[in-house]
Design a protein around this ligand. Structure first.
Ligand SMILES: C[S@@+](CC[C@H](N)C(=O)[O-])C[C@H]1O[C@@H](n2cnc3c(N)ncnc32)[C@H](O)[C@@H]1O
Length: 266
């Protein structure tokens, strides 16, 4: 079953996403791209957060193709400066090769990989190898949720959220927290050179709105996984809601960013 994402949610997380991203992966990518005009494909582009992050560091002339099943989200993805063109394609990424009939220098995605299956990743890696494209897959959830101060129930919720993450999101059995390391091994198997780097959200009290939104999503997911523990889970959520309003809560959520560069020759 495919999952829908609201533009409110994507706006709320964008700043934290940009702050979290593994900047150390950018120099090897930009060295590899050089100064040529590049074509970038952004899979699951949403409102264009990945475009807004990468446009400032990639070569001057960039042609972007944004792919997402939700065209309404992509309306907001406009070129952030001159020298950049943006095309939007409303496509379901589970249907066929999203890169077919295009010539792409960089395939990228952010906050998408935890939804996909190993078989889907394998097909993507094959297609990227054929194209000889670089690949940057950012912000894949790694299964870690750490609240400070800690509270009873945190571990239970983390475990249930992680098992909910593995439900099919339309791509086959979802990799969820395993998506980063699995993607690295799949791209390596296809001969790519890979770099996997942590990109955790570090959400202090100033990010209370994002903490609250995460908490609501997590308690719903946890109750779906363990309906018989509904009361215990709602008690946890009530406690956490109150704590967040005191302005003393910090939250770390683990992610991984992957850069994969293609082998030199076939
Ligand atoms: C968590 S959002 C990330 C959006 C954006 N990359 C960002 O970083 O803000 C995941 C995106 O993947 C898209 N998506 C999910 N399943 C899809 C599918 N089967 N085909 C195309 N897009 C899909 C959603 O519409 C959503 O925009």
């Amino acid at each position: 079953m495919s999952t829908r994402f609201s533009d409110d949610w994507l706006h709320l997380r964008e700043r934290a996403d940009h702050e979290a991203r593994a900047a150390a992966l950018l120099p090897p990518l930009t060295d590899w791209l050089g100064e040529r005009r590049i074509h970038v494909a952004d899979l699951g582009a949403g409102t264009g957060a990945n475009l807004r992050y990468l446009a400032r560091v990639l070569p001057a002339i960039q042609d972007w193709t944004l792919l997402d099943q939700d065209r309404t989200l992509m309306v907001e993805a406009v070129p952030p400066r001159s020298g950049i063109s943006v095309q939007r394609r409303g496509v379901d990424l589970t249907q066929g090769d999203p890169l077919a009939a295009s010539s792409v220098d960089l395939v990228t995605a952010s906050a998408l990989l935890d939804l996909v299956s190993r078989a889907w990743l394998d097909a993507l890696a094959r297609s990227c190898l054929q194209q000889r494209s670089a690949v940057l897959l950012a912000l894949s959830y790694d299964g870690t949720i750490r609240w400070e101060p800690r509270a009873a129930g945190d571990e239970l919720v983390n475990t249930l959220v992680n098992s909910h993450q593995r439900r099919d999101k339309g791509f086959g059995p979802a990799l969820g927290p395993d998506s980063g390391p699995t993607a690295e091994s799949v791209f390596r198997d296809h001969g790519f050179h890979t770099w996997l780097s942590p990109s955790p959200w570090r959400l202090g009290p100033e990010k209370a709105a994002l903490q609250q939104a995460l908490l609501e999503g997590w308690v719903n997911a946890a109750v779906e996984q363990a309906p018989d523990r509904r009361q215990e889970l709602h008690r946890w959520a009530t406690h956490r809601r109150q704590e967040i309003t005191t302005g003393r809560v910090s939250l770390q959520v683990g992610h991984l960013d992957l850069l994969a560069l293609p082998p030199e020759s076939r």
